[in-house]
Design a protein around this ligand. Structure first.
Ligand code: FAD
Length: 478
């Protein structure tokens, strides 16, 4: 039968209940089931549906122990089912314990929270008070006693033992247990996967690193409204903003550009003119700036002269470097997070991928231009130093266009690893080893020893698609 739960689809990881499947899913199930009874016309239900979808994604690891379901009581076909559960108001959420009897009408969540965190906690409380027999996949959730911890190693022979210390009213320990459920069952012992699960928990930081500064400590003085964006896509607005800042602000700090800096600028503009997948006005500008620069035979130029090229060109309608910064995928939750450095990484990933896709002749060309630019101009000097060290160590090993793409990816991950948990980390955009298993599960594997291992072929394909010029979104451009 066609699923009737019209606020949700099969891809939401929510069981869609129908008169035909309701008994088989709710009666005698080995998992507990949480059911939202809603009416598709009800405004509260519509407003709540994104939260419920998010909850489903958020607790998909809990599936062997607890599942989420929904049913549209406004649909003609399902009306009778809802009546049999005495549903009078929408949305109603009920908890059906594992092994429910056919006559069970479930336990109603009264005044339930409307946020993912609160709902997670409500479900945990239900699991904790579950009568026997509970869901077989649900491990004990009560805290360990001092005696159990003391005698743990006497009675167990294990390699890893995670002990979470928490306040009495904290849910972190129980959440970790449930978040790791799926992995414990499939018995994949990969450190990185565990770390992802742990890092995903609110308030969990690595020991030895300072915790993120709470947002209310730093005053947010951006007047800009938040721009919704798709985190699996690249935005041209970020690339253009990075170019604006780089060429009008960063390069401008050198009033006279000479020696290494002049070589760097020439290489940078040459690479942009060749590989930047930009709008026509931008490409015209880069092309004329490139011709002008390549014709400068002297040892130095003034920034003013270069600026004239940038600005003069802007006077002709088909040639322009857009002004100002409009961060989209690189927005931060505070004005000092993300933005320009995020734009720089994104720009160079795009350029290495573009060089590969149009089969450039020199595999080192883009990385060499990046190395020079960072060394000569990048305003964060200690970042530049670190990057130069990485480049000095291994960039000479790059000998194909694909290895250039992968070199930048892996060095970026090294930087991410070093910066995870640092004060500069936007708590809303934690530094991860990228792409995460959620973004690209095929990119990850485990060795026979249980260590995490990247599948570089898959990573390369992922990078080629993620940064490809024809997937760049042009939203928010003037
Ligand atoms: P970023 O790290 O800027 O990443 C931008 C986007 O790229 C991410 O949102 C993601 O979509 C994607 N991405 C993430 N990882 C990868 C990957 N491995 N491969 C491909 N794409 C990926 N800051 C310091 O504090 N110390 C430093 O030493 C330092 N060195 C830097 C060196 C360079 C060359 C650059 C450009 C920046 C450096 N930074 C450094 C800044 C820092 O790396 C981040 O850019 C900044 O903290 C903003 O982080 P972000 O969360 O926006 O993500």
């Amino acid at each position: 039968a066609a699923a009737e739960a019209s606020l949700y689809t099969a891809s939401d990881q929510i069981l869609l209940l129908t008169p035909d499947n309701v008994d088989s899913l709710l009666v005698n199930s080995s998992a507990a089931v949480v059911v939202e009874f809603y009416a598709s016309w009800c405004g509260h239900c519509i407003a709540f549906s994104p939260v419920y979808k998010k909850l489903a994604r958020n607790i998909k690891e809990w599936k062997p122990a607890v599942d989420l379901a929904a049913i549209d009581c406004a649909s003609e076909a399902s009306r009778k089912v809802c009546m049999s559960y005495s549903i009078r108001e929408y949305p109603t959420i009920k908890f059906f314990p594992a092994y429910s009897k056919p006559e069970s009408t479930g336990q109603t969540f009264t005044a339930f929270p409307r946020d993912v965190q609160g709902l997670r906690h409500t479900i945990i409380k239900k699991l904790e008070t579950h009568e026997e027999p509970g869901p077989p996949a649900c491990p004990p959730l009560e805290p360990a006693s001092q005696a159990e911890v003391d005698s743990f190693f006497e009675t167990n022979n294990v390699q890893h033992f995670a002990l979470i210390f928490e306040e009495e009213n904290s849910f972190i320990g129980r959440e970790v247990i449930l978040d790791l459920l799926h992995r414990l069952i499939v018995n994949v012992e990969a450190r990185t996967f565990y770390s992802y699960a742990l890092q995903g928990l609110p308030g969990v930081v690595r020991s030895g690193k300072p915790p993120p500064v709470p947002p209310d400590v730093i005053t947010n003085n951006t007047k800009e409204p938040w721009r919704p964006f798709n985190s699996s896509r690249v935005y041209m607005a970020d690339l253009e903003s990075a170019l604006h800042y780089s060429l009008r602000v960063e390069v401008a700090t050198h009033s006279v550009i000479k020696g290494d800096a002049l070589i760097s600028l020439k290489k940078y503009i040459a690479v942009l003119a060749k590989y930047f997948p930009g709008r026509t006005v931008m490409m015209n500008l880069l092309s004329s700036a490139n011709s002008w620069l390549q014709n400068q035979a002297g040892d130095e130029i003034s920034y003013e002269a270069f600026q004239e090229i940038l600005d003069n060109s802007a006077q002709s309608p088909d040639t322009a470097l857009p002004e100002g910064e409009t961060w989209v995928g690189c927005q931060g939750s505070q004005p000092h997070f993300r933005r320009y450095p995020c734009g720089v990484w994104t720009l160079f990933h795009v350029l290495t991928v573009q060089a590969l896709s149009i089969r450039a002749t020199d595999p080192k060309e883009v990385l060499s231009a990046m190395r020079n630019y960072i060394r000569s101009f990048f305003g964060c000097r200690y970042c530049a130093e670190h990057f130069e060290n990485m480049a000095r160590e291994s960039v000479m090993e790059v000998n194909t266009l694909s290895s250039a793409v992968l070199w930048l990816w892996s060095r970026h991950n090294r930087v991410n690893n070093r910066l995870a948990g640092a004060l500069s980390e936007d708590p809303n955009f934690p530094k991860i080893q990228w792409p995460s298993p959620e973004m690209c599960s095929e990119c990850h594997t485990v060795t026979v020893n249980g260590d995490h291992k990247w599948k570089e072929k898959e990573v390369l394909l992922y990078l080629q698609s993620y940064f490809s010029s024809d997937r760049i979104l042009t939203d928010y451009l003037e």
